[in-house]
Design a protein. Sequence first.
Length: 442
Amino acid sequence: MTLDNPLQIDEIIHGRWIITINAQRHIHENHAIAIDQGKIVDIDNSNAIQGRYQAHKVTRLDDHALIPGLINAHTHASMSLMRGLGDDLPLMSWLQDHIWPAESKWVNRDFIRQGTGLAIAEMIRSGTTAFNDMYFFPDVTAAIASTAGLRATVGLIVLDFPSVWANDWQEYIDMGLTVHDQFRSDHLVNTAFAPHAPYSVSNDPLHRVRVLADELEIPIHIHVHETQDEIEQGLQNYGSRPLHRLDEIGLLTPGLLAVHMAHLQDEEIEHFSKTGAHVIHCPQSNMKLASGFCPVQKLIDNSVNVALGTDGAASNNDLDMLAEMQSAAMLGKAVAGDASAVSAETALAMATINGARALGISEVTGSLEIGKAADITAINLNEPETQPLYNPVSQIVYAADRRQVTDVWCNGNRLLQGRILQTLDIDEIKAGTASWQQKISM
Ligand SMILES: [Zn+2]
């Protein structure tokens, strides 16, 4: 390859900083990413890339940090339509008196379509390129994500009680298997079993889920140890703490994504770390519902992979992974009683590569490395809010606001350009949201 004979590729993005989140945590200055057919084919200094390649499109982001697209490892996307419905309540009265009645009254395919569209618009505008969802009608969520060009792992939800999606646990599983088959060949969509929680799913369906997850080689995504009530209920109904019960069923494997884990004993952490299972930490949701505190630094010290999620917008109340990183770093210190706990770099890894590992997609995404998909988020750090700049990672985690996210690519496709959504019609989303608001508030 010489200057006279450059390789033809799709796009070159020049960035002021490239924060790779590779194993060595390299941060490059004045470098560029070369992209072809959705993949990162080269990362080098801007001059070298310019000499080596001829691109159809060249984007210069001289004030920006390029980071791996953020991975929201726990959401209920379409619950965005319930944002602000029943605030300031503990988990069980929030669920039983507000969310579950609203769900049984309103949730249908159109609700999921509009709610997921709203959620995805917000996620892209805050730099997220992949999300792990758990809700009814996962086929609708998957279709919207795929059309919008975002990666999704959709949860094949399982509950003991009937809903609009299924009547009993066998039917939940059958419906889930159909969704799994339907999206088998969609390269942006993955599936995971999503038994809701130990208190809402009994042993028979959990046994069945374990067998099927092994067969299909897909993860299991479940809320665990979210509140002290859940643990007491588990002791009362099953004679053991929920985590212990899941372990007896054989669910603690590298395929398990345990969401929340806000109440853990030291021996539970030690045992959990040996199983290779993952923790999904949702600090803002835990704080808003006063559920408890996940001992993140202790888990990390025990080599547990901890990823980050927002939870649904009804308990957060946004899907902002930049804010979630800041909360994780701050709360992690408060809980550990140690200012060096959950560093900015750790929080950024939790929101990127750790999420990809938990979801089993770290070969594809989660870091900016040659051979991986071009899932990239650009953040303009040349704003007064992030100046002066001594350390770009510190600015991103502790000072930046999601409105500084200007451009987003997923699989090489531009989803956000200069803060304008490229694959979604924002006016249509706002109109659909307004019409649902009117219905729900009547
Ligand atoms: Zn949740």
